[in-house]
Design a protein around this ligand. Sequence first.
Ligand SMILES: Nc1ncnc2c1ncn2[C@@H]1O[C@H](COP(=O)(O)OP(=O)(O)OP(=O)(O)O)[C@@H](O)[C@H]1O
Ligand SMILES: [Mg+2]
Length: 365
Amino acid sequence: MSDVQLSHIAKRFGDHAVIHDLDLHVAPGEFCVFVGPSGCGKSTLLRMIAGLEKISDGTLSIGGRDMTRVPPANRGIAMVFQSYALYPHMTVAENISFGLRMSDMPKAEIERRVARVADTLELTPLLKRRPSQLSGGQRQRVAIGRAMVREPVVFLFDEPLSNLDAALRLQTRVEILRLHRQLGATMIYVTHDQVEAMTMADKIVVLSAGRIEQVGTPLELYHRPDNLFVAGFLGSPRMNFLRATLVPDGEAVSVRLAGGGSLVFDLPGTPHGEATLGIRPEHLRLLRSGEKGAGLVLSATVDLAEHLGAETILHLTASDGTALLLRTEGLARETIGDAVQVLVVPEACHLFAPDGRTLLNGSQG
Ligand SMILES: Nc1ncnc2c1ncn2[C@@H]1O[C@H](COP(=O)(O)OP(=O)(O)OP(=O)(O)O)[C@@H](O)[C@H]1O
Ligand SMILES: [Mg+2]
């Protein structure tokens, strides 16, 4: 097992800076997931670790060895891409062993490794088939097998499941996790998929425009985001944001919503001015008629009810025009056009300063 250390890493394509002075440590055996909007530099960073992109500044070490200028083949790394690009004229066994056959590894050792990888990935019955005779999920397993057979100390995955349908995605996700447990290898995994990030990661790295916004466990990032960007990026459906004004009052601050009403928090030292109140869809609660709740009550109308079976997502418009999402268990009775009362409890709220920094993360969660 090897760790990966990035120190003051930067990447420029000509004059265009894509990664800025980035520091990150991935512990030995850790499953680390990179997330962030399209174009933020996830693939570039992965390719720099693999050695497929030159590192403009800073150093990369793997297992304590400086790898900044070491050629890709000597880094002990294997990468799995979104498009698995298998050789169509070769069998599964030949595809898996291709890289090894190009080296001077003895034939018996190659056969032993291919057999072991095929066994782990349940590809043994398929070894003689060609890629055109495989399903999408089986092809992706062959691509993973091609990486595994090299026995790398670090695996890099760039959106490996995004070409698969929902059922196969789930199945392959479980297989990659099982593989991680079995091999104990360090894995760095790029995804756009919230569920993959939340369920697979030991550690999530949220990137934006070539910089790290926050690093932490999935639940740390979900419940205690450092800023508005992370709060809005993680979570599906996403956190609701309400415009507000801070009016500090001694040890407390009154948060006055643009749409009317206010909440008071024990929070000394906040500045006066604009702020954003955040609340996750599952923390908004519908009040039944006549019911009272301790918190702020918003009036809203239902625009859309998404019935997902186990839960319902209500799309609402508050009286000031703010769009809200509310998640409730089971089948909600509300339908399009209904007027509803929504309770915002202060314990579940997040509060963000005008510059996006988090002032407060609620205790509920
Ligand atoms: N070879 C290149 N030359 C110039 N610019 C590049 C090159 N490769 C990538 N970029 C730029 O670097 C930035 C980061 O690209 P990258 O592919 O790393 O993004 P990403 O986070 O993986 O996005 P996506 O989620 O869409 O895959 C983008 O602005 C992209 O246009
Ligand atoms: Mg990418």
